[in-house]
Design a protein around this ligand. Structure first.
Ligand SMILES: *Cc1c(COP(=O)(O)O)cnc(C)c1O
Length: 394
């Protein structure tokens, strides 16, 4: 079902889209562990290398299992083409290396993944690509940051850890009138909850490591968009090499089959927890797009199917109180990862954002009492009880 994806719902596409079958006509998608492919003749080898005949050559370029994953994710995002990568960071690297040149300029949200900021500011800057960081929510700041050489807008929505929601449609319109492309890191929502291309974005980026796997097993990433844009990304990848391994692609294929079910469950539990946390006397403030108190709640409900699985909250009493809540948990995993069946808890000020100065953290509203919970698939009653242990004792 690769030619009629439009007529199917997202649940169906997650299970069925992207089917390459071998001569055995296996039902479940096969894992093709081979680094190269054999040709029938010298003429066929030449035709493959020239690109005159489609087909596999070498696994740095393509592999059938990876192709199936790319087709399935492309169907879910409604993209012409998907290019799979070894990690989320290599997806971002491939986007920049594939589409930009020295002298180009990026405008990016300040609230993006820490390693993405490092990549733009410390590494791409050495190759003559400059980045201006702006507010995730104030489109006028993006307009003011524009230069004649601005080629890329880069945003993550909702953001980590404060779940700020950016207006993807408004940023796409501004990018369109300025000759820039809008890339959206869709990690927190996945295509089950948000489809940025439909909202006007040019490029969607994934850390497949998170919700696409959904069970915390393997690293991977993906870039999606028009055939024209993805050609540049693919050319970089087949040349430079951070391609997705067949094994990891196979894990993601299975992960995508349950994506919609899982995202609905993550979201429902997160909303329940956020609602409970908002009433709790030990909690100062809750950040969750599904709550009516969230500053961009209406926008989030327009561009997302639901609030997603990440809840952040400020505990009253700063770092000491926040650490008490973390240390009182018995079930929840203390780890920075997210998008797992297992619930995780992080204290951003001393972990993911620990290298920022207190002043920088203040500017980014990462308070000392802030905790981030990536709500898993355990019973919501058990997750709540685990958080209550620490919160009730404050
Ligand atoms: C984890 C993450 C990345 C990086 O992905 P890796 O697979 O770890 O390389 C990029 N963006 C967001 C939003 C992430 O959460």
């Amino acid at each position: 079902m690769n030619h009629d994806n439009d007529q199917y719902d997202i649940e169906t596409l997650g299970v069925r889209a992207g089917t390459v079958r071998s001569q055995f006509n296996e039902h479940s998608e096969a894992l093709f562990l081979t680094s190269s492919f054999v040709f029938n003749s010298a003429a066929q080898a030449a035709a493959r290398f020239k690109g005159e005949e489609p087909g596999n050559i070498y696994a740095r370029f393509t592999n059938p299992t990876v192709t199936m994953f790319e087709q399935r994710l492309a169907a879910l995002e409604g993209a012409e083409r998907c290019v799979a990568t070894a990690s989320g960071m290599s997806a971002i690297l491939a986007t920049v290396m594939g589409l930009l040149s020295a002298g180009d300029h990026i405008v990016a949200s300040r609230s993006i993944f820490g390693a993405t900021v490092q990549l733009f500011n410390n590494i791409m800057a050495r190759f003559g690509v400059e980045t201006t960081l702006v507010s995730a929510t104030d489109v006028d700041e993006w307009r003011r940051a524009l230069r004649p050489n601005t080629k890329l807008f880069f945003v993550e929505s909702p953001s980590n850890p404060l779940t700020e929601v950016s207006d993807i449609g408004a940023l796409a319109a501004l990018a369109g009138e300025s000759g820039a492309r809008l890339a959206v890191d869709n990690c927190f929502c996945s295509p089950a909850l948000q489809r940025p291309l439909e909202l006007g974005a040019d490029i969607v980026i994934h850390s497949a490591t998170k919700y696409l796997d959904g069970q915390g097993r393997v690293l991977g990433g993906a870039v999606l968009g028009s055939k024209e844009l993805m050609e540049g990304v693919f050319t970089f990848l087949r040349t430079a090499g951070p391609t997705l391994s067949a094994f990891n692609a196979w894990v993601f294929l299975k992960g995508l089959e349950t994506l919609k079910l899982r995202m609905d469950a993550h979201s429902a539990s997160a909303l329940q927890l956020a609602t409970w946390l908002e009433q709790h006397p030990g909690v100062e403030r809750v950040y969750y797009p599904g709550l009516p108190s969230h500053p961009q709640h209406a926008l989030a409900m327009r561009q997302q199917r639901s609030g997603g699985g990440i809840v952040a909250f400020d505990v009253k009493g700063g770092k000491e109180a926040a650490w008490k809540v973390v240390d009182a948990t018995r079930m929840i995993s203390i780890t920075a990862n997210l998008g797992d069946a297992k619930t995780t808890i992080t204290h951003p000020a001393t972990t993911t954002h620990g290298r920022l100065t207190a002043e920088q953290r203040g500017a980014a509203s990462i308070g000392d009492g802030l905790l981030r919970v990536a709500v898993g698939l355990e019973s919501v009653r058990d997750i709540q009880a685990d958080l209550a242990r620490g919160l009730d004792a404050l």
